[in-house]
Design a protein around this ligand. Structure first.
Ligand code: HXC
Length: 260
């Protein structure tokens, strides 16, 4: 591929999983603007590619991403942040329609922890470290660290992490529900790809409706969320794949899903 700061590869059966590896090793995958642009481009390309059912986002064994690029931010001003809408290009990841699995080895700090939390599922390697160390730099998280973290781990631990800057390890991240699986570092990416392959066997259309429904619980209160779920559930009855799924069950055969 023609990228400088990421590597993109098709993995899994028929290339159904798009693996995006952050690849700026000298800076521990600090998230410079150019890297974010490339990440956005690769996600848009994967969204448009009908053979891709899911993304896996990973870094290196040493570092998933050590945060936004501090050297790029060093001389920035309030006026500049507003004028250039600093960080607005980070939203692409949070808005992807297809499922994204983060496979986090090593450091996921600051913006690195925040982009992991923009993903739908996080798997961690045993030596992963999650943290929001912005406070050490005289700033605060700016891409969801004060918002998504509290929903993942609760107020006390989120406050502890954001106010002290101290990271947590994979075991703690698992016990608080920030991640759903901890694996040996060298097995991590394969496990994430395998989950992507499993998801790829489902209807792409229904998977995206389901992702949308689960995400609505993030944004809405319970009653609104339940209403939204009901509407999306009803929506599945307008699809071929819903008919196929239930017919296949009744006919005791595997379903053949076709909708994208
Ligand atoms: C720019 C970074 C960087 C970063 C590491 N590097 N993190 N450059 N931005 N966030 C660079 C270092 O400058 C160094 O380059 C090289 O990577 C290796 O890092 P070392 O510090 O020498 O490695 P080590 O001693 O192993 O320590 C690893 C580390 C430490 C604990 C991860 O690098 C660290 O504390 N990094 C900063 C983490 C952080 O504060 N992240 C939050 C950023 S703020 P040179 O060229 O000097 O060798 C943020 C704001 C988010 O994310 C707001 C919204 C997105």
């Amino acid at each position: 591929s023609s990228y400088e700061y990421i590597k993109v590869e098709k993995k899994g059966k028929n290339g159904c999983v798009q693996l995006i590896q952050l690849n700026r090793p000298k800076a521990l995958n600090a998230l410079c603007n150019a890297l974010l642009m490339e990440l956005g481009d690769s996600l848009r390309a994967g969204e448009a590619d009908e053979s891709v059912a899911a993304f896996v986002l990973t870094g290196s064994e040493r570092s998933f991403a050590a945060g936004a690029d501090i050297k790029e931010m060093q001389d920035m001003t309030l006026q500049g942040c507003i004028k250039n809408q600093f960080l607005s290009n980070w939203d692409v990841l949070a808005k992807v329609r297809k499922p994204v699995i983060a496979a986090v080895n090593g450091y996921a700090l600051g913006g690195g922890c925040e982009i992991a939390m923009m993903c739908d599922i996080i798997f961690a390697g045993e030596k992963a470290k999650f943290g929001q160390p912005e406070i050490n730099l005289g700033t605060i998280p700016g891409a969801g660290g004060t918002q998504r973290l509290i929903r993942a781990v609760g107020k006390s631990l989120a406050m502890e992490m954001c106010l002290s800057g101290l990271p947590i390890d994979a075991k703690k991240a698992l016990s608080f529900g920030l991640v759903s699986r901890v694996c040996p570092p060298d097995k991590l990416v394969d496990e994430a790809i395998q989950l992507g392959e499993k998801i790829a066997q489902q209807s792409k259309l229904i998977v995206s409706i389901c992702k949308d429904a689960v995400n609505s619980s993030y944004e809405l209160g319970l009653q609104e969320g339940l209403k939204c779920e009901k509407r999306l559930f009803y929506t599945t009855f307008g699809t071929e794949d819903r008919r196929e799924g239930m017919t296949a069950f009744v006919e005791k055969r595997a379903p053949k899903f076709v909708e994208n």
